[in-house]
Design a protein around this ligand. Structure first.
Ligand code: NAP
Length: 491
């Protein structure tokens, strides 16, 4: 398949939307402005999308606020039924949605199809989970009192999502919020708004009432400021860089909103002498090269014990050499382009800095011959903690191997970061597995495994990787208020 045929197929399915969605209506920017969305694999313009700002964001907030009264009063069963229709439509359109993701984000189309399933699994999980979201009865403190805990939806939620998994990240945020009875205004990244807009179209087709799900995109700081300033927005849920997350946290203080923050990572993979080589290479390859290394849980610091180091580096290099870089629609491609020139320059600078300080390139280490933002899958050895590549989130297809001697040293190196999202351990020693898993300061720990997130499992970080958890039963908490209800003189 070529990009033009994919665009035609998405258009035929009615899923190629370029306007914002406010109060159930597709809208241009009020001043008619648009911005261009590119295919990173070809550099071609895919679409001109409404470039919205403060006014449109405020109207979307007003629509969400008006819709909250009726949406929050529906029973969970009624909301779940509508959301199940939405889920069915997502699955029915998996092909077009997966293609749209590849068009605007660049990942291999098999990963695009998989992303649709990841996003849909969040929707399915939360439309079921909310049916088990109980309150409490507290033993009374006086004989004539009855004491209860009610859980109620927080209100309008402002959601801001990144470009790396543009469909899945949007659904991961709106699913728990809407299942609880909240209404949402979501702002996707200007780099990849099209797949989120297609999700919005399917929400309308599923019969989600006008105003419950709104989408605006364009001037990020204006839209973000509108969310922060409005007392009607009661929660902000953000996935993106730590720098923007900190700004939003500070801004949310103006009106004391609930906040949930999924921010940057700097994941260590700790490979001990007693690791199973095959399991380790397989686990690392899956999670590192998923989405071309552009995920927050991507292993960033590959810490390898000295006894296994050389054998492991050789096996890893061999595996990396089997990867195929190319356009996402081409047969057999396992790695697409980086999202943009800024990402490419950042990775070039990190590799250059490491090499200038003594790191060696075993494979890759440069731009790919395809040009644009394609970068060769890379393995570096002799990396040290003081190199920029160890303290920066690489967000690209580079494996940076650093040696260690003892378990204590590995734990110290792993925890020597402000980030605390994902960490990985490879060992066949059960006691070591427990010791290390308990000692490392990360919200998500994988042992002898690669791509571990699931809708049913909590996802989120320690330290500066964020606040709150997405997915799992805990994922509802950020969208609920707890109300203590005390009935006096009852008997
Ligand atoms: P980003 O630059 O922070 O952008 C994320 C979102 O924030 C985009 O929608 C962006 O809009 C918006 N934004 C930017 N400036 C803003 C402002 N002043 N006010 C309001 N919104 C603003 O991050 P990114 O480069 O897209 O994503 C990569 C980062 O996300 C990495 O650090 C990665 O680790 C992190 N991430 C974390 C998780 C997690 O679950 N912890 C998951 C995925 C990614 P525009 O794009 O339109 O400018």
């Amino acid at each position: 398949m070529d990009p033009q045929s994919a665009i035609a197929q998405v258009k035929r399915a009615g899923l190629f939307r370029t306007q914002g969605l406010i109060g159930g209506k597709w809208m241009d920017a009020y001043d008619g402005k648009t911005f261009e969305v590119y295919n990173p694999a070809t550099g071609e313009v895919l679409a001109n999308v409404a470039c919205m700002g403060k006014k449109e964001a405020n109207d979307a907030i007003a629509s969400a606020h008006a819709a909250f009264t009726s949406w929050s009063k529906l029973t969970t069963a009624e909301r779940s039924k509508l959301m199940r229709k939405w889920y069915d439509l997502l699955i029915a359109h998996q092909t077009e949605l997966g293609q749209l993701i590849t068009l605007e984000q660049g990942k291999p189309v098999a990963e695009g199809y998989n992303e649709v399933l990841i996003g849909a699994s969040c929707l399915e999980f939360f439309l079921e989970e909310v049916k088990h979201c109980y309150g409490d009865i507290i033993p009374q403190t006086q004989a004539d009192r009855r004491m209860f805990v009610l859980k109620q939806p927080v209100g309008v939620v402002g959601a801001i999502t990144p470009w790396n998994l543009p469909l899945a990240m949007a659904l991961r945020k709106v699913s728990p919020a809407m299942a609880c009875g909240c209404t949402v205004v979501i702002k996707p990244s200007e780099l990849t708004p099209l797949s989120a807009l297609a999700v919005a179209e399917l929400a309308l087709q599923a019969g989600i009432p006008p105003g419950v799900f709104n989408m605006v995109m364009g001037f990020a700081p204006e839209i973000g400021d509108a969310f922060l300033a409005s007392p009607k927005v009661r929660a902000i849920t953000f996935t993106g860089s730590t720098a923007v997350g900190k700004m939003l946290l500070a801004g949310a203080a103006q009106t004391v909103k609930k906040t949930s923050m999924e921010l940057g990572g700097n994941a260590p993979s700790m490979i001990f002498d007693d690791a199973d080589l095959e399991v380790t290479v397989k686990g690392l390859m899956i999670v590192k090269f998923f989405n071309c290394g552009q995920t927050c849980i991507s292993p960033n610091r590959i810490l390898v014990q000295e006894g296994i180091h050389d054998k492991f580096a050789a096996a890893l290099t061999k595996a990396v050499q089997t990867l195929r870089v190319g356009h996402g629609f081409d047969e057999g491609v396992t790695q697409g382009p980086l999202i943009n020139q800024a990402a490419l320059h950042k990775i070039e600078a990190l590799v250059e800095d490491a090499v200038s300080q003594g790191a060696k390139v075993l494979v890759g280490g440069k731009r790919h011959s395809l040009g644009l933002t394609f970068y060769e899958p890379t393995v570096l050895v002799d990396v040290t903690s003081d190199m920029l590549i160890s303290s920066t989130e690489i967000f690209g297809p580079v494996l940076a191997l650093q040696r260690f001697k003892t378990e204590e040293e590995a734990i110290h190196l792993a925890n020597d970061s402000n980030a605390g999202l994902a960490g990985y351990i490879y060992t066949e020693n059960l006691r070591r597995c427990w010791r290390v898993a308990e000692a490392i300061e990360f919200g998500i720990v994988g042992v002898n495994d690669g791509l571990i997130p699931a809708a049913s499992a909590p996802f989120g970080g320690f330290k500066q990787s964020g606040l709150g958890r997405e997915g799992s039963k805990y994922g509802l908490d950020d969208f609920l208020e707890i109300k203590y209800l005390c009935l006096g003189n009852m008997v």
